[in-house]
Write a protein that binds this ligand. Structure first.
Ligand code: URP
Ligand code: ZN
Ligand code: ZN
Length: 483
C-alpha cells in the first residue's frame, strides 16, 4: 500500500514548507518537491495544512469511575478522536489497590486490543506501591508503560500519601520514566464538601466552590517539591489555574524538571457554565473544575512562554442522563469528567492560532510533538519525517463548523452532550492517515475497529525542552547531584 500526498503545506513543530509526501506501508518514505511516483492513492492537499496527527496523552476510555463507567469505549472514543485529527491516545490503566499493576495492564490490554481506530498506549494509575512491589515499575517500563499517574485527590479511592509519591518518583527518576500528578489537596477538599452538604448545598456549582484554586496550587507545589527532592521529573496533569501555573513557573526557574498540560476546557470555558439552568451545570463537573475566566489569559501565556508543554483533553465522558444524574441530589456523587477527545484540534487551532494566541508551529508542538517527546513516542510519532509513522492529518484551515452535539460532522463521541456546544471554529480535519491507512476522509470513516495498535513507549524524553540547559540534564531522568 502506498499513498502520495501532493501540494500540501507541511507544518511540524519546527518547519513550514510546501512539498509532497510519499508513504509506503506505514511510514513516511520520501518528502520532496514535485514527486512523480506511482502510488495506490494520491491525495491533493493544495490549500491544506499537512500536520502530524494529534497525540492526546490524557484520555479515560471505558474507565470505571464514580460508580459508573465512562461512556466512550476504546472503539467509540478512538473513532471520535480520529474524526477530530487525533491519531494516538495515551489512556490510563488503573491498578486496584493491593494488587499488581501488571495485572491491571493485562486488564486494560484486554479492553483495548482489536477495538481501536488509532494507535494507543497506556499510563498506569498507581494507587499503592509498597516497597516489595517497586520492581513492578521497571517491568511496566519494559512493557512500554513508561509513565504513571498518582493522585493527591479522592481520599479512600485513588489518593496516594506523600511517602508513596516520593518513593515512586525516586524510582521513576532512576529508571528514566515519568510520574504524572493529579495535584489537588483532596483531604481538605473532602472537608469542604462535607461543610457544603451539611449546609444543604447540593447543586453542581458546589463542585467548583469546594475545589478552590489554592488547593490545586498547594498540591502542585507539593508535587513539585517532592519531585525536586526525589531528583525526578514530574508532569502535572490538567493544570487549570493561574495559582498553580505560578507554582510551576517558580519550580521550573529553580531547575525542577517540571512539565505540565492544560486542556481546552480550562482555556475556553469558565465557572459561569455551572449556572446553566436546572441540572445542566453537571456537564462541567470535571476535576479540577472550571475556573474564573481571567485564568484563561494566564494559561495561554503559559503555553506561549513554554511553562505549559501540552494540551490534552482529559476526555472522561459521562452521559447527562443516567450517569451525571447519579448526583442529582448530591453534587459530590456526580461522576467527575467531561468529553473533548474529538474537538481538541479544531478548538486549539481556532482559538489559539486564528486568534493569534499561539503560532502554527506551537500548535503542532502542543498537540502532538511535545507529548510525543515527553512520553517516549518521538520520533516515531509527533512529527512528519522520513521513517516516522505516517500518522498524518490533512487539515483545512478555511473549513468552518459549529461544534455541537447535533452536528454530525463534529460529534461522534458516545455522550449525550458536547461541552463546547455552539462554539464556532474555522479550521477542520479533512483527511486522517493512521500508519499510512486513510481512516477518515471528508467526514467519512473508512477504518475498522482494530486498525489501531498498542505502542510500547520509550523512556521519558523531556530533556528536549527549550529550558533544558537550566536543568543541566546529563541523562534523561537525572539531575547531577552536585555542581
Ligand atoms: O474529572 C476528571 N478529570 N476525571 C477524570 C479523572 C482525572 O482526575 O483525570
Ligand atoms: Zn486527574
Ligand atoms: Zn484524567
Amino acid at each position: 500500500m502506498s499513498v502520495l500526498i501532493k501540494n500540501g503545506r507541511i507544518v511540524t513543530a519546527t518547519d513550514d514548507y510546501h512539498a509532497d509526501i510519499f508513504i509506503q506501508d506505514s511510514t513516511v518514505s520520501l518528502i520532496g518537491r514535485d514527486l512523480v511516483i506511482d502510488a495506490s492513492h494520491t491525495i491533493d492537499a493544495a490549500g491544506k495544512l499537512v500536520i502530524p496527527g494529534g497525540i492526546d496523552p490524557h484520555t479515560h476510555l471505558e474507565l470505571p469511575f464514580g460508580g459508573t463507567t465512562t461512556s466512550d469505549t476504546f472503539e467509540t472514543g478512538t473513532r471520535a478522536a480520529a474524526y477530530g485529527g487525533t491519531t494516538c491516545v495515551i489512556d490510563f490503566a488503573v491498578q486496584t489497590r493491593g494488587t499488581s499493576t501488571l495485572e491491571a495492564l493485562d486488564t486494560w490490554h484486554a479492553k483495548a486490543a482489536g477495538t481501536t481506530a488509532i494507535d494507543y498506549s497506556f499510563h498506569m494509575i498507581i494507587t499503592d506501591m509498597p516497597e516489595h512491589r517497586m520492581p513492578e515499575m521497571r517491568r511496566l517500563a519494559d512493557e512500554g508503560v513508561t509513565s504513571y499517574k498518582l493522585f493527591m485527590a479522592y481520599p479512600g479511592a485513588m489518593l496516594s500519601d506523600d511517602g508513596t509519591i516520593f518513593r515512586t518518583m525516586r524510582k521513576a527518576g532512576e529508571d528514566g520514566t515519568l510520574v504524572c500528578m493529579h495535584a489537588e489537596n483532596g483531604i481538605v477538599i473532602d472537608e469542604l464538601i462535607k461543610i457544603a452538604l451539611s449546609e444543604g448545598h447540593i447543586e453542581p456549582k458546589q463542585h467548583a466552590l469546594t475545589r478552590p484554586t489554592r488547593l490545586e496550587a498547594e498540591g502542585t507545589h507539593r508535587a513539585l517539591a517532592i519531585a525536586e527532592v526525589a531528583r525526578a521529573p514530574v508532569y502535572i496533569v490538567h493544570l487549570s489555574a493561574y495559582d498553580s501555573l505560578k507554582e510551576l513557573r517558580d519550580a521550573q526557574a529553580r531547575g525542577v524538571m517540571a512539565h505540565a498540560e492544560t486542556c481546552p476546557q480550562y482555556l475556553l470555558l469558565d465557572i459561569d457554565a455551572y449556572d446553566e439552568p436546572g441540572f445542566d451545570g453537571a456537564k462541567y463537573v470535571l476535576t479540577p473544575p472550571l475556573r474564573e475566566k481571567w485564568n484563561q489569559d494566564e494559561l495561554w501565556t503559559g503555553l506561549r512562554a513554554g511553562n505549559l508543554n501540552v494540551i490534552s483533553t482529559d476526555h472522561c465522558p459521562f452521559c447527562l442522563k443516567e450517569q451525571k444524574e447519579i448526583g442529582k441530589d448530591d453534587f459530590s456523587k456526580i461522576p467527575n469528567g467531561g468529553p473533548g477527545i474529538e474537538n481538541r484540534m479544531s478548538l486549539i487551532y481556532h482559538y489559539g492560532v486564528n486568534k493569534r494566541r499561539i503560532g502554527l508551529n506551537r500548535f503542532v508542538e502542543l498537540t502532538s510533538t511535545s507529548p510525543a517527546k515527553i512520553f517516549g513516542l518521538f520520533p516515531r510519532k509527533g512529527t512528519i519525517a522520513v521513517g516516522s509513522d505516517a500518522d498524518i492529518v490533512i487539515f483545512d484551515p478555511e473549513h468552518e463548523e459549529t461544534i455541537s452535539y447535533y452536528n454530525s460532522k463534529t460529534h461522534h463521541m458516545n455522550v449525550d452532550y458536547n461541552a463546547f456546544e455552539g462554539m464556532k471554529v474555522k479550521g477542520f480535519t479533512e483527511t486522517v492517515l493512521s500508519r499510512g491507512k486513510i481512516v477518515v476522509d471528508k467526514g467519512e470513516y473508512l477504518g475498522r475497529p482494530g486498525d489501531g495498535m498498542f505502542i510500547k513507549r520509550g523512556p521519558y524524553g523531556g530533556a528536549y525542552q527549550p529550558v533544558a540547559e537550566q536543568y543541566r540534564l546529563e541523562t534523561p531522568g537525572f539531575r547531577p547531584a552536585a555542581e
